[in-house]
Design a protein around this ligand. Structure first.
Ligand code: 5GP
Ligand code: ZN
Length: 121
């Protein structure tokens, strides 16, 4: 299930310290060590999957669940968009090196706390 030398597997096992934001049987979420916004959290499945590029059909519900955890975190952090859609957060999967992926264990970036531009760089 987990990989010996994977940095996020080590974080999940508690071998590397992290600042926990959320945890359940399937997902672990923690503060990014190099935040790009005032709130930058990584939502990571406990199962080692290298990224969206290797997602199997059997794990698609896990990815959907990661988005649900993002919703929970958005509400917990007080950045969920309200009725008029003010506020909000950005959710990002970097898929492969050209897209900026540096850690090859699936993770969803939860980024908030400042206004953001589109398109991203
Ligand atoms: P990627 O570039 O693969 O989409 O995102 C990997 C993210 O993991 C980066 O934003 C990077 O700052 C973060 N990261 C890498 N190593 C660690 C670590 O040991 N602890 C924490 N908390 N974040 C890490
Ligand atoms: Zn891993």
């Amino acid at each position: 299930m987990q990989v010996k030398d994977c940095v996020f597997c080590k974080i999940i096992r508690g071998e590397i310290p992290s600042e926990k934001e959320y945890e359940d049987d399937f997902v672990y979420a923690f503060k990014d060590i190099n935040p790009v916004a005032p709130i930058h959290i990584l939502i990571v499945p406990k199962k080692h999957i290298t990224g969206i590029q290797s997602l199997e059909k059997e794990d698609t519900s896990l990815v959907g669940y990661m988005f649900y955890v993002a919703r929970i975190i958005g509400e917990k952090k007080g950045v969920a968009p309200c009725k008029d859609m003010e506020g909000g957060y950005r959710l990002v999967f970097n898929v492969g090196r050209d897209a900026g992926q540096t850690v090859f264990h699936l993770h969803l970036h939860f980024i908030a706390g400042r206004s953001m531009k589109w398109p991203p760089g």
